[in-house]
Design a protein around this ligand. Sequence first.
Ligand SMILES: O=C[C@H](O)COP(=O)(O)O
Length: 250
Amino acid sequence: MRRTLVAGNWKMHKTPTEAKAWFQELLRRMPPVSAEPALMVPFTALAAAQEILAGTGVAYGAQDVSAHLEGAYTGEVSARMLEDLGCTYTIVGHSERRQYHGESDTLVAQKAKRLLEHSITPILCVGEPIAAREAGNAVAYTLSQLEGSLEGVEPGSPDRLVIAYEPVWAIGTGKTATPQDAEAMHGEIRSWLAGRYSPGFAEGVRVLYGGSVKPDNAAALFRQPNIDGGLVGGASLQLDDYLKLLEAAR
Ligand SMILES: O=C[C@H](O)COP(=O)(O)O
């Protein structure tokens, strides 16, 4: 049985001070929930996450990691540093990094491997741009990206990998894939994972949907059999909305 994961991706929002206040308020207001709450925050907010969220059942992590182990790599943050900060998850291959920072499938796979070496579960993002969807190539595009981004990546057990399907045209646009379209893609992803790893492995991996998930559309998405939660940008910034998303995952 896969536990629904509601992962917020704050992107480049909130100072450490703002994050600290938000985490405290979350713990004060969060009712018992069946879904797993998780927050992917800027590097600068991770110390506050560790101080306030560690041991509470609210997981946290970063939005990127270096592909390098250690050394003269100015500006980079290593998986070992994230492990020391208590990160459970970390995003790799988000479309904004692929698009604005030129990240290739090969680089994304290297990053996923670094995380696995340091006890952090990668949330690996894939998803097609609008041109691929309009050309009828959405599945082929997404599965090819998945294949490249998992090259040589051996998580061992299904709880050590999370896939996030995020159609690029749905991110921050207010356009969401219909639950049926998203479910169809998630089914394709799960079948592909069964071939790449094993059917049992694929059955245990959580596949999240991302792209304009909001309190009013989350329940219909999360109800689909192959959608195991969300990777949520905008709606994870407001505490009221984030609490509604957790509620929608019941
Ligand atoms: O990682 C999250 C996605 O990019 C979705 O962002 P959004 O919920 O603001 O559309």
